[in-house]
Ligand binder design. Structure first.
Ligand SMILES: [Zn+2]
Ligand SMILES: [Zn+2]
Length: 585
């Protein structure tokens, strides 16, 4: 299998990295060296710090090992033998004693023999047979980072060396190019440059503040999702941002996620939590009355913030924040309505992401058949629900990725992965069934026979988190938002003071037509003002001078299409309005 082969290459390179490190600094203590997405890393404790410039040397040494065609050979050993062999490696000793305690078979892997080879590492295997199988140009050491031994900040801090590795040089180069492009598009850089959001050290890490422009874009996105939902029978509900501890004890979140909750003690000694999700609140709204089956489904939507006490080391721009705005919705329905409701959400997801030219893949996330005990809800309900999701996939005629074992403990789901303009995949939306909360909150309806019937709850966020979607969108578009979403849609620039009045006239007409337009002042040079509009990524720049004034037109420059012909203002307005209404990407 190609994937397995690549994993073996990556893992073998981790060994070669450790071997190269020991060759250069023999007193280094070795941590572990697993395979990760796109490559590998290895953790080391150096006796004195190393720097980025050392990476080239290590790379060179690794290539030498590859060229020497070293074979990987494993030998099973008992703990005593291993303790002797790794006596100078305290982290390995710790692992040996732990694994031996678990009764695991232990293997030491050797890479070739001295003088060139001879490096040995405690490992459970998964290597190439010989380093000759590795293309010496298909990997690259990329960076150093700090990491705690076994990820625990109470432990020693180690130095992690990261490497990229692919099957071929071409794949490596393509990946490096993509990453360079990604760096240019980084939302953490572009967002503040485009004046969309900021972080304030006084407000706190992971708590983004949204500027007028950013807020405008967020609201437009949320309105768009709402427009799609409203057409499918959803209703908006409003909920407070805190709730009593008891709500989360009943929902089960307190047990599982207690440490991720921001807790509040009231003056009367009660414990509240900032809501980490909206489902329990929505469930309470559902439970306000006894529903007849005829009144179902009930579909509630709220665009609202949730709060999670993420560890500061995990926070990253808008991708991982502590205040998360969800475009959340829950459908409360009977099992025989699940299909129709899930199809509606499917359509919303496709409309929404299609608008931005983000193509989607879907993963069907089901139970792990080997561990039925891990899941809540009856086997019959699971079979039914999984069957429905399968039907949806086959009706839609798409090939779903296999997500066996990826279901949540409370229900199966469809996970949507979006591919951005530079080929990266992001988890974007889910349609998730839930058998757990209906049990915990006793959610039911009265069926045809007059009996109480347990209902199903469906979680259906479209953007998921607006913050994460904004990060994706900024990077997907490189900051060039589609016209309908651009905080400033057009800027009028008069070539000199003399035509500022005509410019003002154009500006006023655009404003009256509902276009978000701006009029540039006349104190800077023309070139500077045009460049500023480009840097701010304003879609339409409208330049006016003598000829335009005489002809009653504007010269139009579009950020993607370049210079368009001069056109009468009325034509321009018509063009802009059409583009806005169609939400052209
Ligand atoms: Zn290994
Ligand atoms: Zn939910």
């Amino acid at each position: 299998m190609e994937n397995e082969r690549l994993e073996h290459i990556r893992h073998s390179l981790a060994h070669l990295l450790a071997a190269a490190v020991l060759k250069k600094w023999p007193d280094t203590k070795l941590g572990i060296g697993p395979v990760i997405e796109n490559g590998f890393y290895y953790d080391f404790q150096f006796s004195s710090p190393i720097s980025d410039t050392d990476l080239k040397d290590l790379e060179k040494q690794m290539k030498k090992f590859i060229g020497a065609k070293l074979a990987f050979t494993g030998t099973e050993m008992n703990a005593d033998e291993l303790n002797k062999k790794y006596a100078a490696q305290p982290f390995k000793l710790e692992l040996i004693s732990e694994y031996a305690g678990e009764g695991r078979t232990l293997t030491s892997y050797k890479t070739g023999d001295p003088p060139t080879g001879g490096f040995e590492d405690l490992c459970k295997g998964g290597h190439v047979e010989n380093t000759a199988e590795i293309d010496p140009d298909s990997f690259k050491l990329t960076k150093l980072a700090g990491a705690y031994w076994r990820g625990d900040e109470k432990n020693a801090q180690l130095t992690r060396i990261y490497g990229l590795a692919f099957s071929t040089k071409e794949e490596l180069d393509a990946y490096v190019t993509m990453m360079a492009e990604a760096e240019k598009r980084d939302h953490k850089k572009l967002g503040p440059e485009l004046d969309l959001f900021l972080f304030s050290p006084l407000v706190g890490q992971g708590l983004p503040l949204w500027t007028p422009k950013g807020t405008l874009a967020r609201n437009l996105l949320s309105d768009y999702v709402w427009e799609l939902r409203k057409a499918r029978g959803y209703e908006q509900v409003e909920i407070p941002h805190i709730a009593k501890k008891e709500l989360y004890e009943t929902s089960g979140h307190w047990d599982k996620y207690q440490n991720d909750l921001f807790q509040i003690k009231t003056r009367e000694g009660h414990v509240f939590a900032m809501k980490p999700m909206n489902c329990p609140h929505h469930a309470q709204i559902y439970n306000r009355k006894k529903w007849s089956y005829r009144e179902l489904p009930q579909r509630y939507a709220s665009t609202t913030m949730v709060y999670r006490d993420e560890q500061s080391g995990e926070l990253a721009g808008l991708s991982r924040v502590r205040s998360i705005t969800q475009d959340d919705a829950h459908v409360f329905c009977r099992m025989d309505q699940v299909k129709a409701e899930a199809l509606k959400v499917w359509d919303i997801i496709h409309d929404f992401y299609g608008t931005f030219g983000i193509s989607l893949k879907v993963r069907l996330s089901l139970r792990d058949p080997k561990h039925p005990e891990k899941y809540l809800g009856t086997a019959a309900a699971w079979e039914k629900a999984e069957g429905i999701l399968r039907e949806i996939i086959s009706e839609k005629g798409v090939r779903a990725l296999d997500g066996t074992g990826e279901a949540a403990f409370y229900g199966p789901k469809l996970d949507f992965m979006g591919r951005d303009a530079i080929g990266r995949e992001h988890q974007v939306a889910t349609i998730q069934l839930d058998f757990n909360q209906p049990e915990r909150f006793d959610l039911s309806c009265v069926n045809e026979k007059g009996e109480d019937e347990r209902i199903v709850m469906m979680h259906a966020a479209i953007m998921g988190a607006i913050e994460r979607f904004m990060a994706l969108l900024i990077e997907h578009t490189a900051g060039h938002f589609p016209l309908w979403l651009s905080p400033v849609q057009a800027r009028v620039i008069a070539i000199s003071e003399k035509f500022q009045d005509y410019g003002t006239d154009i500006f006023n007409q655009l404003k009256t037509a509902g276009i978000r337009a701006e009029l540039a002042g006349s104190d800077e040079t023309l070139g500077k003002r045009i460049r500023a509009a480009q840097t701010e990524k304003i879609p339409y720049v409208l330049v006016v001078g003598e000829q335009e004034q005489n002809d009653k037109t504007v010269a139009v420059r579009h950020f993607k299409l370049g210079d368009l012909k001069a056109m009468p203002v009325a034509d321009l307005i018509k063009r802009l309005q059409e583009e806005i209404n169609k939400k052209t990407a």
